[in-house]
Design a protein around this ligand. Structure first.
Ligand SMILES: *Cc1c(COP(=O)(O)O)cnc(C)c1O
Length: 385
């Protein structure tokens, strides 16, 4: 007798997340329709207050995307934009230290701000910047550090802060809303922090959106001014900013979803613990499979990423079994064609390059049920055995 065809498991099931909130979300949309304010305005202000309160950080500024949150943070710090793009190869450019193993926006924003990305390799256990190498990368032209809390796990901020000395730190917290470490909550660990509300992030909108947090009132004001073309008062421009404003509709929808964030994060952690236990009991040696290490209890698991040297074959096998997976990220940023001018050839950052060959992200969303996790984990273990 044939087995009944098994249900497909997606990477993320937003219908399952949004479905139970339908009435709240429709109410939020109706409020915007009735209020007739579509850009910034009371919904954005309320979201800013609610997230500032949730994080315990004094200032939160809603912006158009996580990418723009990074860019505007660097603009607020006064990165020299006079030679944009040429700066990538210029020896006079401002430098920002970051990781090559991240989403493109991290380094893309650095270049768009007029600075040059200076890469430091990752720690293979956490996939985050290897803080022990950061101090070596600091030069007289370093203007800031941009660590990324990759996959939702906080960086080693104590070591990064030590290496930074007086240099400002911009946290790329796009994947880490609500994440904590012993130093405190992500978004309050550096000078400024950038969050994203892209739909696949832990708090996702119905389109693009982002947020900057800071404890520094002057920088907060600078970000607010830069967000609206550098105008203050309206139609008078002492700075050149951009259109980095958040829509009221996104803010209203995010406000409807924010109260559920902790519950969804608990679901991600529960699923991560199930995978951890399954893989630990599988008897597979670490050459075959490495499960991600939860260094900080406050990891929020935007992604659950395993490593295996049979990554591509495993991905194909799981696809056959109806299980979606994803590769974050297949090509480290120093090897991207657009950054050829940085002259960091293959071999420059071996841990990032190895991670790019071995990583595989598994479904981890909070609505995924225990039997789904077990089905995925047992497919993986029997394939790799
Ligand atoms: C998603 C993401 C961004 C960019 O956010 P957008 O809202 O998509 O612009 C930046 N950095 C990292 C690490 C991300 O994952």
């Amino acid at each position: 007798m044939l087995d009944a065809p098994q249900k497909k498991i997606p990477m993320l099931d937003l219908a399952a997340q949004n479905g139970p909130l339908r009435a709240d979300i429709e109410g939020a949309i109706a409020r915007v329709l009735d209020g007739n304010r579509f850009i910034l305005g009371p919904e954005v202000e309320a979201l800013e207050r609610e997230i500032a309160e949730y994080l315990g950080v004094p200032h939160a500024i809603g912006v158009s995307s996580g990418t723009d949150a990074l860019l505007i943070s660097l603009m607020a710090l006064g990165v020299d934009a006079s030679n944009m793009w040429k700066n990538v190869v210029s020896h006079e450019a401002d430098e920002i230290i970051t990781t090559p193993f991240t989403f493109f926006a991290t380094a893309g924003s650095i270049v768009r701000s007029g600075a040059k990305p200076v890469f430091v390799d990752i720690d293979p256990v956490t996939f985050n910047l290897d803080a022990t190498h950061v101090a070596d990368a600091v030069t007289p032209r370093t203007r800031a550090l941009m660590p990324v809390h990759l996959f939702g796990q906080p960086c080693d901020m104590r070591a990064i802060r030590e290496a930074a000395g007086d240099l400002p730190i911009v946290e790329d917290a796009a994947q880490a809303l609500g994440a904590r470490c012993c130093e405190g909550i992500v978004g309050g660990l550096g000078t400024l922090a950038a969050f994203s509300f892209f739909p696949s992030k832990n708090l996702g909108g119905f389109g693009d959106g982002g947020l900057v947090t800071t404890s520094n009132a002057e920088l907060a004001e600078q970000v607010r001014v830069l967000r609206a073309h550098g105008s203050k008062p309206k139609y008078y421009h002492s700075l050149v900013g951009g259109n980095f404003r958040l829509d009221a509709l996104q803010a209203a929808i995010l406000r409807a979803k924010l109260p559920y964030l902790e519950r969804w994060t608990e679901g991600r952690r529960r699923n991560a613990a199930l995978y951890d236990e399954f893989f630990a009991n599988s008897g597979l040696p670490p050459e075959r499979l490495i499960a991600p290490k939860r260094v900080h209890e406050g990891h929020v698991y935007n992604q659950y990423v395993i490593r295996t040297d049979r990554r591509d074959a495993l991905k194909a096998h799981l696809a056959q079994a109806g299980i979606a997976t994803a590769i974050y990220y297949p090509l480290p940023l120093h090897l991207q064609p657009c950054f050829e001018a940085l002259a960091c050839p293959l071999g420059s950052f071996p841990e990032s390059e190895r991670a790019a060959r071995e990583v595989l992200a598994l479904p981890i969303f909070g609505e995924l049920e225990t039997d789904g996790v077990e089905r995925i984990a047992s497919e993986i273990v029997s394939f790799l055995r």
